[in-house]
Design a protein. Structure first.
Length: 278
């Protein structure tokens, strides 16, 4: 009987612990959702006004099948802007918010985006050896924040990301970056290939860092104007960017795991550049 009571108490204690843990997890998710909603604009007219006011928009979500006068005005407003658009079924947009969204949502960016051409001029005017980071399809918000933090510490001049297939730069990304994204300049471009070609024509070397190559990262001369490409953990760097790189390098590993987290790998190669430039 004593053993039975003891086992019942242990089971009850574990159940209580599980409930507390679930409540904590649910509360954390709710807080994250509230933070994300702070950066959300609801309704077609509100989104149009935000665009016309010059607000930086990370992404616009539009309900599939939407067709009315306001929607036509929205398409006209974003025609010449490099804003990612995602067409989704009604149930998906309703999962994001239950408010009167009219089939249109926009995520406001936490940062201001820059043009590559403008920043290149600024970099050379400073009279320093430039270092730039190019991120190919790095979509995890926390990875992006951690990368931005390392980039700021390593003196990276700016980061280039694609307008589609990149992490949303929201409050979570800024928090993970320890505020680095408030200082780090980010360029969002429609075509990474064109940006890479532009850098090459401007006299920069392009270094692609991934695990499927033979040369090590410390064999690259990172003391000259350099743009480093890092790819997503799922798909790596696109072949079209690998072909345009001047050198492909990897980080040596001696353990059992075949690859590093992209934010960790980025930090390693960036500080190799710092070491070579000291």
């Amino acid at each position: 009987m004593v053993a039975f009571i003891k086992q019942a108490c242990q089971t009850s204690f574990k159940t209580i612990q599980f409930i507390i843990s679930m409540d904590h997890h649910r509360g954390r998710n709710n807080r994250n959702q509230e933070e994300n909603l702070e950066n959300l604009i609801f309704g077609t007219r509100a989104v149009i006004e935000a665009i016309n006011a010059g607000k930086e928009i990370d992404k616009i979500i539009i309900q599939k099948g939407l067709s009315n006068q306001l929607y036509s005005e929205l398409r006209k407003a974003i025609k010449d802007l490099d804003i990612p658009i995602q067409i989704v079924p009604p149930e998906k947009i309703n999962r994001i918010t239950s408010k009167n969204h009219q089939g249109v949502l926009a995520f406001v960016s936490q940062i201001t985006y820059y043009e590559v051409e403008d920043l290149l001029t600024d970099v050379f005017e400073k009279g320093r050896v430039p270092l730039v980071l190019i991120l190919d399809r790095v979509t995890d918000v926390r990875n992006f924040g951690a990368i931005a933090r390392s980039a700021d510490c390593a003196g990276v001049d700016f980061i280039i990301i694609p307008s589609r297939g990149a992490a949303q730069i929201n409050a979570d990304a800024v928090k993970t970056s320890a505020g680095a994204l408030n200082r780090m300049k980010v360029c969002r471009v429609d075509n990474l290939k064109n940006s890479i070609e532009y850098l090459k024509e401007s006299g920069w070397q392009i270094i692609a860092c991934h695990e499927k190559t033979d040369s090590y990262h410390f064999n690259a001369d990172l003391a000259k104007p350099t743009a480093i490409i890092m790819g997503s953990e799922e798909n790596g760097i696109s072949n079209e960017y690998l072909k345009r790189s001047d050198m492909q390098v990897k980080i040596p590993m001696v353990g059992n795991i075949a690859s590093l987290n992209v934010s960790v790998a980025t930090g390693i190669i960036l500080f190799e550049a710092v070491k070579q430039r000291l």
